[in-house]
Design a binder for this molecule. Structure first.
Ligand SMILES: [Mn+2]
Length: 497
């Protein structure tokens, strides 16, 4: 453990005391996998302490949400996965913020004995950025909340399993092919508690749930030349490799496929990537750590995926379709009927994503100098616009040197999702800042991470937002190329949603 990590954990201990002393806790959390897992950790902590607690899920931190939060000033408010960016709106509240998004810049920050903290005394703020820790690869909101949980009571170490699901849901492993930094400390706890096992495997999505040919056809990370997005190509490949991929009238999953057959597939993909001139580091990154979760609190159910990535996808599906209780209950270990609903939400989600991608590709993306954009208007659920932007950013059909911006109508406003990649971040892109400034220039709000950010703006402001964002990004990329030492991005991986 380094000094920054030690200071972060010291701060989590100070916050744990505030939580133990509370008589009632109002938990607020975001609705993605990281947010729902974080909220479930906070909720479980309160339950175990015997403290009266309620949990509220927020799509975004708009004026109405701030109003709701401020109305709970009678109890301790515990924010997860949001809050850091708009902390000045909460002055005077008794509040704990466990977040990993970039903190509000204008907020007064004090440095005392080498420790950076907010000058706002009634708010306990645990955020990696205040300690010089990277908030998009080294720690998620779920692992931030986990450090508080563990400081409250060592017996909460069993919550490390669900904390890892949140970190994976936030794609914190994608840059290095494994969990690093503070997340790695949580992984160590989970290993010693026996609630996770780590295997080296390919990065394919759906290893436990997708039929083998679909796993290959739908693979965007890695893209398999000649196979990804080409219906029928995967089955032809499997047959040409002489792989028996059927069992009892259905296709096997990756996990059910014979180990030698899996090796054949991987070596075929590697050779194909070499022949296409794909860089070696990108080829190496098709294999990474896979985390298999065994939550000791969970009910037995064979249908529950143990792969943390698939677990996170299930929770994300619950959040996207506003079935927050289903997501929460899944995180608390419920299965059975809860799992039934989660699985059918995931089915519905996959259909929506496939249809929307088809629609956007058909229409084509609008082009500006540093970005490319699409608008799903009201033809798709607003909750999938980030997923669509992420998939497009990784696909061969768009310009990888430009940011992808997606718009969708959402409750009388426009929801905006922006995605970059590690190459762009390496040459100066900071979407969190660019999107925040562009959103504020049209009277909206926005923020996030350097590689992925979002905003909410008024209907009709799309073009003004794009103009401002285009200028911001151009400025960031220019400033970086003018700097004497340019940042170097060594990793080919970029998060997707
Ligand atoms: Mn998060």
């Amino acid at each position: 453990m380094d000094n920054k990590q030690k200071l972060f954990i010291d701060e989590s201990r100070r916050i744990a005391k505030v939580i133990r002393d509370a008589s009632e806790i109002a938990i607020f959390t975001h609705i993605d996998a990281d947010g729902i897992t974080s909220g479930s950790i906070a909720y479980q902590v309160a339950l175990r302490l015997g403290i009266r607690a309620e949990i509220n899920f927020l799509k975004k931190l708009d004026d109405a949400a701030v109003e709701t939060i401020r109305s709970r000033k009678d109890c301790l408010i515990w924010m997860n996965d949001l809050g850091s960016g708009y902390i000045s709106r909460f002055s005077g509240l008794k509040m704990v913020i466990a977040d990993h998004h970039e903190p509000e810049i204008e907020n007064p920050i004090l440095t005392e004995n080498g420790r950076t903290r907010l000058a706002e005394s009634s708010i306990c703020h645990l955020n990696a950025h205040l300690f010089g820790i990277e908030g998009s690869t080294e720690i998620s909101s779920s692992t931030t909340s986990y450090f508080i949980a563990r400081s409250v009571d060592n017996r909460n170490k069993d919550l490390s399993a669900i904390a890892l699901v949140g970190a994976i849901g936030d794609l914190q492993d994608s840059r290095f092919g494994k969990l690093t930094g503070m997340n790695r400390l949580v992984l160590e706890d989970a290993l010693s508690e026996g609630c996770v096992s780590v295997i080296r495997d390919t990065k394919f999505y759906g290893k436990e749930t997708r039929p083998l040919s679909k796993l290959l056809e739908y693979s965007v990370d890695p893209q398999i030349p000649g196979v990804s997005s080409d219906p029928g190509a995967a089955s032809r490949l499997l047959e040409s490799l002489g792989i028996d991929y059927r069992v009892q009238g259905r296709e096997k999953t990756w996990r059910e496929t014979d180990i030698d057959d899996r090796r054949k597939i991987v070596s075929f993909i590697v050779q194909k990537m070499i022949s296409e001139g794909i860089p070696a580091e990108q080829i190496n990154s098709i294999v990474g750590e896979t985390y298999l979760i065994r939550d000791p609190r969970a009910e037995e159910d064979d249908r529950m995926p143990s792969d943390a990535k698939e677990f996170a996808t299930l929770i994300n599906a619950c959040g996207r379709y506003e079935k927050y209780d289903t997501g929460l209950n899944l995180c608390l270990g419920r299965r059975g009927e809860v799992l039934d609903s989660a699985l059918s939400l995931l089915d519905e989600h996959r259909r929506n994503v496939a249809n929307t991608i088809r629609m956007v590709k058909l229409e084509g993306l609008g082009q500006m100098s540093t970005l490319q954009y699409f608008h799903t208007t009201d033809r798709a659920p607003d909750s999938i616009v980030g997923t669509i932007a992420g998939i497009l950013m990784k696909s061969k059909d768009v310009n990888e040197a430009k940011v992808v911006v997606g718009f969708a109508y959402s409750e009388g406003k426009v929801k905006v999702s922006c995605r970059g990649n590690t190459e762009l971040v390496g040459i100066g892109l900071n979407l969190a800042e660019a999107v925040r400034i562009a959103a504020e220039s049209v009277g909206g709000i926005g923020g996030g991470h350097s590689i992925a950010a979002g905003a909410t703006i008024d209907v009709g402001q799309e073009q003004n937002f794009l103009n401002s964002l285009d200028r911001q990004i151009a400025q960031q990329l220019r400033a970086e190329s003018a700097a004497p030492i340019s940042a170097n991005s060594s990793s080919p991986q970029e998060p997707k949603q």
